[in-house]
Design a protein around this ligand. Structure first.
Ligand SMILES: O=P(O)(O)OC[C@H]1O[C@](O)(COP(=O)(O)O)[C@@H](O)[C@@H]1O
Ligand SMILES: [Mg+2]
Ligand SMILES: [Mg+2]
Length: 331
């Protein structure tokens, strides 16, 4: 046994897949902890389907999860690191994965992770993934941080396990609590400010202005550049995360991928009582048009996520840099 699943009522097929994911997760935690002793896990090795540079650990993780799921109930395997869906066999499940999330952090010893999403398999490979996130059976991640943990939802709240390194077993700890409606912490890569749209600039301007601005209180900011780490922080203590579309070439729909990054995170966050949108529409109700499609992504405490949508609905003159009194949004 690699993970304690008692009392969760999972089907034998799903439970077996969770055991396999956990087994690889524990192995990955060990490999990551040895980075630099034998190999350089951050070494560049190629380019993936989305055109992103691949690091050695991206490929190690993809191979490890794919091999471990072969022979399970997973018929279709969709990975950030594979151009197309890989058919593993006949089975009732389809699994999408970002095998290694936050790869720019591998060489700096900052938290990285694995994100996964499980659907009932559909007729064919693509139809199994190009569907609403509301149809997911499970969405979760493994975080390789100071502590290795696995967080997952099966649609009944959000469960949390911590890796017991001695026993090599993910032990179940208390479920993740419901998120508060409001927060004073936000996460965005602010170096892209000049490329953002007017509503995103206006929203962030008002947070940065703090007690002297229209919001009349101070806010704190974090940016780890690791979606898994930002999600874990927000699930543990609240916050709001934004990766909007922007004007850089190729970034009209942001950076993050709908199928294997945003949909499972949105499932987790909504199960914890938060919100997850593309700036206006709920992520879980949007059908992605391609396996590697990007989407703008806003998630976290429901009040803040709704506020971002409200900024998108403001008339143009109210989001302009010169508009100093967005009185409607005082709180
Ligand atoms: O470097 P940027 O533009 O701030 O982007 C950071 C984002 O990119 C990602 O690293 C993308 O994921 P990958 O590492 O799986 O490509 C996210 O984890 C993170 O939120
Ligand atoms: Mg990623
Ligand atoms: Mg990745």
């Amino acid at each position: 046994m690699a993970i304690e699943l008692d009392d969760l009522g999972l089907s034998p097929e799903l439970a077996d897949v969770m055991q396999r994911l956990a087994r690889v997760g524990a192995r990955m935690a060990r490999i990551i902890s040895r980075n630099g002793l034998e190999d350089d896990l951050a070494a560049g090795v190629g380019t993936n389907a989305g055109g992103d540079g691949q690091k050695a650990l991206d490929v190690i993780a993809d191979d490890a999860f794919r091999e471990a799921l072969t022979g399970s109930a997973v018929a279709f395997y969709a990975s950030e690191e594979q151009d197309d869906v890989v058919t593993l066999g006949a089975g009732s499940l389809a699994l999408a994965i970002d095998p290694l999330d936050g790869s720019s952090n591998i060489d700096v010893n900052v938290s990285i992770g694995t994100i996964f999403s499980i659907f009932p398999a559909a007729e064919g490979p693509n139809e199994s993934f190009l569907r609403r996130g509301t149809e997911q059976l499970a969405g979760g991640y493994i975080i390789y941080g100071p502590q290795c943990a696995l967080v997952c939802t099966f649609g009944r709240g959000v469960q949390h396990w911590v890796l017991d390194l001695d026993a090599q077993v993910f032990r179940r700890v208390a479920d993740i609590k419901q998120l508060p409606a409001e927060t004073s912490e936000y996460a965005i890569n602010a170096s892209n400010y000049r490329h953002w749209s007017a509503p995103i600039r206006a929203f962030i301007d008002d947070l940065v202005a703090g007690a002297e601005g229209p919001r009349e209180r101070n806010f704190n900011m974090r940016w780890v550049a690791s979606l898994v780490a930002e999600t874990h922080r927000i699930l543990m203590r609240g916050g709001v995360f934004l990766y909007p579309g922007d004007e850089r070439k190729g970034y009209a729909r942001g950076r993050l991928r709908h199928v294997y990054e945003c949909a499972p995170i949105a499932f987790l966050i909504t199960q914890a009582g938060g919100g997850a949108t593309d700036g206006s529409e709920g992520i879980l109700t949007v059908v992605p048009d391609a396996l590697h499609a990007r989407t703008p992504f806003v998630f976290g405490c429901a009040g803040k996520v709704a506020r971002v949508t409200a900024y998108h609905d403001l008339p143009g003159e109210e989001t302009s840099a010169l508009f100093g009194r967005r009185g409607l949004f005082r709180s």
